[in-house]
Design a protein around this ligand. Structure first.
Ligand code: MEV
Length: 326
């Protein structure tokens, strides 16, 4: 191949954030806010990258220098992946890479994981290296751990497999739970959360209060199991109750914020079945479970409370090749 474009979806955590980092299960859905990556052979030994949505233009580096020196935030995942890929599967010719995002990196929809997965898919097809989903996951997960040091890989799984997943890290279990629909509203707090920092905060809390934190993780795990069942049955009032319970447990981990509290409370007052923060906490997005009657009221309440409604289609398709040229 000469040129390949692959596209991967973002994600929205439904249940089980933080405890999933410690081997517990979570429920995640892929969202149709996609990130696409185009790779084209450039006939040189120079790696070139344009990521305008991530604030980076005309970045280039000799292939022998990949991964060396401090990497700009926007390229860390892609450059590290390319370095690891070339170590495993050496190539004669490098690439020019262009990324394009449907969504801002601020929302917490997983722009790093989506770009890592889309890039991995695109180069594997470009270089004719067949990788199945599990191999793609292992390659991308190695990158996340090298760049970030922490992470459960749930976001990579959502970007690779798509749909709604019951996930046990690191891809020990990836079960697609087919749901007719997901009756939720998503609100953005306006605050960008820093996931690795929040994960480390919980890590420190666990060192200081191991019994309390392990109890919270076990309680969340129980909720995830019940929620899977209720989601499958499309019992929204039950799903909502479980979300609110999950949120209360996350508050015990001290990862909620003033903005998240405002938006979740406003949703409940407007008649949502339940609401919780989604993701690492500290900002990013929250979700509320609604029905057709309460959807608009809840959305208006979230906006009045200072949030921004994100219109997302859930259960999006996993990574795919959207264009290729021989
Ligand atoms: C962040 O979106 C979710 C966390 O559980 C981190 C992770 O699973 O990698 C906090």
């Amino acid at each position: 191949m000469k040129k390949v474009t692959a596209s991967a979806p973002g994600k929205l955590m439904l249940f089980g954030e933080h405890s999933v980092v410690y081997g517990h299960p979570c429920l995640v859905t892929a969202v149709d806010q996609r990130l696409s990556v185009t790779v084209e052979r450039n006939g040189e030994n120079i790696f070139e990258l344009d990521a305008p949505d991530l604030g980076l233009k005309s970045y280039s580096k000799h292939v022998s220098d990949l991964g060396k020196k401090q990497l700009p935030q926007a390229v860390r995942f892609i450059e590290t992946l390319y370095k690891i890929f070339l170590e495993k599967y050496p190539q004669k010719e490098s690439v020019h890479v262009i990324t394009k995002s449907d969504f801002s990196a601020n929302f917490g929809f997983g722009s790093s994981s989506a770009s890592t997965v889309a890039f991995a898919k695109a180069i594997s097809v470009l270089y004719g290296q067949k990788l199945d989903k599990r191999e793609l996951f292992d390659l991308c997960y190695q990158v996340v751990i090298e760049v970030q040091g922490v992470g459960s890989g749930f976001d990579l799984a959502a970007a690779i497999w798509g749909g709604t997943l019951y996930y046990v890290p690191p891809a020990e279990k990836v079960e697609n739970i087919k749901l007719p629909k997901l009756s939720i509203v998503v609100g953005y707090t306006g605050v960008k959360a820093d996931t690795p920092t929040l994960v480390r905060m919980v890590q420190n809390l666990k060192v200081d209060h191991p019994k309390k934190v392990n109890q919270v993780f076990n309680d969340i795990t129980r909720l995830v199991g019940v929620a899977r069942h209720e989601l499958t049955k499309q019992k929204w009032s039950q799903v909502g109750k479980l979300m609110t319970e999950n949120h209360q447990l996350l508050k015990k981990l001290q990862v909620s914020s003033r903005e998240l509290e405002k938006l979740t409370k406003a949703s409940l007052q407007a008649g949502a079945y339940g609401a919780k923060l989604s993701g690492a906490g500290g900002g990013d997005c929250m979700i509320a479970v609604v029905n057709d009657k309460t959807r608009d009221k809840v959305a208006t309440a979230i906006e009045k409370a200072g949030g921004q409604i994100m219109t997302v289609k859930t259960q999006a398709q996993g990574v795919n090749v959207v264009h290729s040229e021989k």
